[in-house]
Structures are given as C-alpha cells and as structure tokens.
Write a protein that binds this ligand. Structure first.
Ligand SMILES: Cc1cc2nc3c(=O)[nH]c(=O)nc-3n(C[C@H](O)[C@H](O)[C@H](O)COP(=O)(O)O)c2cc1C
Length: 184
C-alpha cells in the first residue's frame, strides 16, 4: 500500500513539475502577420520578441508579385481583390492550435485604408470567440487601423477586437514593447 502511494505521489509530482517548467507551458499570445514586401514582417518579428509571443506568418497560396501590388492599376490583383469585400484569398499556412491563445496580434500592411483581403480570410478561418484580437499595421500614410478593426469585428463578432495601432516603418523595439504593455 505504501509503495502504491509512493508511486502515485511520484507520478503526480512529476506531472506537476513538467507543467511548471516554462518551456513546457503553452504560449498564450500569438503574433500572426501578413506582409507583402517585408515591412510588416520586421515589425511582427520585433513585436513577438518584445512580448515573448509565438509568431505565425499568414502566407498566401499565390504570393503577390510586384504587378499584383500595383495600386495604380485598377485591374491588378490587389485592386480587384480590395474592390470586393467578400474576396477571400487562399492561405497556405495553418495555426496548429488556435485554442491555446488568449491574445492574437494580427499584423498587415494597410491597403486602400484597411486590412488586405487575406486578413479577412485569416479571421474567417478560425473561431476567435472569447479571445482578444489586437490589429497592428504599417502604412505609407494612413494613420490608424480603425477601419481594419471595424472590418475584423464583423468577422469575429464574439472576440474583443481592440482598435490597434498603425506604425511607421522604422518603429523601434522599445516603442513596440511600450505599446504592447499599454494595449493589455
Ligand atoms: C495595394 C496596396 C495598397 C496600399 N494602400 C495604402 C493605403 O491606403 N494607405 C497607406 O498609407 N499605404 C498604403 N500602401 C502602402 C503600404 O501600406 C506600406 O508600404 C506597407 O508598409 C507595406 O508593408 P509590407 O512590406 O509588410 O507589405 C499600399 C500598398 C499596396 C501594395
């Protein structure tokens, strides 16, 4: 009997120890991003490092070429996609366990004042109920992510979608860290 109690105690303490070792704990924060030309990618990587989050790249099945990104051509792929809010470009990558995350930072370049259509595909692909979504973006001049946040709210009505923030392309790690602490 004593032996049995001892074995149970060892198993329970072992499991507890395994759980308490930080490397075995699941991260609760994710930084997911789409970046067509690398600007948002740099910010996303710095942000993930600053807040200790997992990082996930939203990769399109069909990558955007320079011609696809030509906003001066109203027939380019991005112009056509952005003209129709129901467009859902296919995503090549999948998050293994979305359930583990409480907070998901979603990063993107601002296109036509809002989030690129592939961000809509991303939001529509998962159940964000009860989670906090924090949009962040880079842009040439559009000053906020307010329009993107409003769109994301429609696609994830049961999530807490913050207004988020637009960053200039040269935002520092320090600024990202301060913002992430404020946004919490
Ligand atoms: C199709 C397209 C539309 C864009 N629309 C806007 C816009 O409405 N406002 C803005 O300030 N910048 C706009 N930009 C510029 C991007 O937001 C900016 O260059 C961004 O930092 C690029 O990020 P990335 O390198 O991660 O793709 C647009 C760029 C593209 C390709």
């Amino acid at each position: 009997m004593k032996k049995l109690i001892l074995i149970i105690a060892i198993v329970v303490l072992g499991a507890l120890g395994f759980y308490l070792i930080p490397s075995h704990k699941e991260n609760k924060t994710l930084v997911a991003y789409f970046s067509a030309t690398g600007t948002t990618e740099r910010v996303a990587k710095d942000l993930a490092g600053a807040v200790g989050a997992d990082l996930f790249e939203i990769q399109p099945v069909n990558k955007y070429t320079a011609e696809d990104l030509n906003w001066k051509n109203d027939k380019s792929r991005s112009s056509v996609e952005m003209a129709d809010k129901s467009t859902r470009p296919e995503i090549a990558t999948k998050i293994k366990n979305i359930a583990q995350y409480d907070t998901v930072y979603v990063g993107f370049p601002i296109w036509w004042g809002r989030e690129p259509s592939i961000i809509d595909s991303f939001i529509a692909s998962y159940d964000f109920s009860g989670k906090t979504i924090v949009p962040f973006a880079t842009s040439g001049s559009t000053p906020t992510t307010d329009e993107a946040a409003a769109d994301i709210r429609l696609l994830a009505p049961n999530a807490n979608v913050l207004n988020g923030k637009r960053f200039p392309t040269d935002v520092s790690v320090e600024e990202l860290k301060n913002w992430a602490n404020e946004a919490k």
